[in-house]
Ligand binder design. Sequence first.
Ligand code: ADP
Ligand code: ZN
Length: 722
Amino acid sequence: MYARVIVDIAHGSVDKIFEYSCEDSVKAGCRVKVPFGGRVIDGFVMEVSDKSEYPPSKIKPVSAVYDEPPALVPECFSLMQSMAKRYRVPKAVVLRLFIPSEMRLGKVREIYKKRVKFISDIPLSKSAAKQKQFLEFLQAEKDVDYTISCDQFGRGAVNSVIEKGGGELYRVRVNRSPLGGEEEREQGKTLTPAQVDALNSIKSSVQTVQLIHGVTGSGKTEIYLNAIAAAVKQGKTAIFLVPEISLTPQMLSQLRRRFGGGAAILHSGLSAGERFDEWWRLRTGEARIAIGARSAIFAPLENLGVIIIDEEHDSSYFSESSPRYSTLDIAKMRAEYNGCKLILGSATPSVESYALAKKGEYNLITLTERINGRPMPEIEIADMRKEVKRGNNSAFSQALRDELKDTLDGGRQAIIFLNRRGYSHTVICQECGYVATCEHCDVSLAYHSEENCLKCHYCGTKYRMPKACPECGGLHLRYGGTGTQKVVADLKSAFPQARILRMDNDTTSGKEGHYKILKSFGDHKADILVGTQMIAKGHDFPSVTLVGILDADMSLHFSDYRAGERTFQLITQVSGRSGRAGEAGRVVLQTSCPENYILRYAVNYDYEGFFNNEIALRETTQFPPFSLIVRVMVTAEEDRFALEALKKVWFDIDGLRQNRPEKFIFLNKMHSPIKKIQGKVRYQVLMRLTDDGLLEEIYDISVKHSSDNALVYVEENPANLS
Ligand code: ADP
Ligand code: ZN
């Protein structure tokens, strides 16, 4: 037999299919070792055939076959072709997405437990008391653990009984399951009429993509779980994506109670061994539901019955490293391949998705009410300009102070949101205006009070906090811009009795970092939770009745066409944490531009109004979805390499424009907003195109000019334009 193999090298020059001879046992999807250029390397078998395309004398045999069922499912070859073509990456790079990296690199192995099976009663001499005891035990139990038996009866005795034929040693695969002990199983809830309607609408719809626009707390999760259960009941499989699974322990425990071992969880918080085992449970069919963040879209499942993307607007669904795919695009490909539905859900759908739903390309399902009929929490705007005029220079408005006091007096909980960690955002010399910046990145350094140091939030480098200005020697260094650490310090002095927890990237390291903080807050071991973006998502704390949003407008000022959309989404999501059960919730939104229309729509929970306004704006200014933004990034260690590559890229793209001027709305080359990150200088060719007609050529140009000296890559409608 002959195997067509893709070698596991991420380089365009070997992005071909090679042929090797092999045993009959080799199947498509197997991983093999093959001789290649004087070495032996790993490869993936794409297909097997009894005919060769080359003269047999030229064909080398496969060196070895991995001792495992084929790792790749047939569907991934079709996906591989589409993705390699779409994102211009070598096929091996795409295939790597389908396999846990631990497995490719051989870092983890399956673990086996040894067991002993009873075979027959054998004669033993009187003196062999221990052997006799073990044999009796084995005969009674029929099947026992080898290691435990050795501890109990002595290794020598156990081995002798096995050697003499009393028992047989064998191995079983052990799963390192992150699910832990089986939790009590839970049946589905009785659905509300709105949930029943939604499920019926999904079932009878002719469109592949279903968009559920449902306010926070409208019961979207229960709809997802029912759709998954229906797929499993038909003998099919399911993929359920959530933005940051390690942040949502409640969601995990809900899934465990509903599906038990039938669900496997893939996320970065697991140990390598756990991830590996969970992946194999999916591959072997033991688990049929894959749950995870972005990368779980590559779960090794066949016969998909449904794919779900929760919080579909979330920017984590864009990959920021090669291949720079949009999870939604991959999900569409998989849904089409399997002929199954793709369900997107959000309280604040992305403008692009909602526009497609309105056009009728997606089936739109709207849930306007919270499950328990509770109103959405009332949002009060605090105008920070007035506060300053009144002489209040603190991070908290009077309104927020009053509400906090009420909440604490009433024994309830509050969440304070601020999207900036550390103590201060910058350190500025008041005499000469010097700002401390990172040596490797073109960004200012944040002061961290706990470690008394300056940190770069882009590369993580730490610097000693200077006693005096390194430029002028001035002693008056001022902290600019409040971070979470300062908020905690200020809260402590304003409310000395309050128990305060902080949740941000600095406090959540370690495997269970997030979980510990959330659990502690959930158990009411603290009164106030201060945190960044990561507290905005999905949490359900019944006794939280107050949410304070300290810097609502910060994201408004980003020079990004999605700034308004992001701000609207953030306010809606964070506000949704308040008043989820029992008492009505309140929200205090602090801002320096209260008249901003985005804030107005957010305060009224008016998604439709926000959308109509936003889509009209995008249409007149020709931004997505009325155009495609393409950024070709050029990065290099040295300026001259970057500039050289930039020049070539620019020349070619400008050539495209001369041929097809009607396709270009905007085209320019420039420094990226952040000129340097991790020691690499950054330039870009930025364009807005009328459609994706020139995309292939632009990818070609980037591949052509990318080299060891300068990396060139393409981003489509990038989630982050810094
Ligand atoms: P969403 O995902 O839309 O924000 P959730 O799915 O978290 O909303 O639902 C909000 C609350 O309502 C949860 O506490 C959930 O357990 C509860 N819930 C959902 N569906 C039902 C139902 N059919 N009957 C009773 N409670 C429900
Ligand atoms: Zn840095």
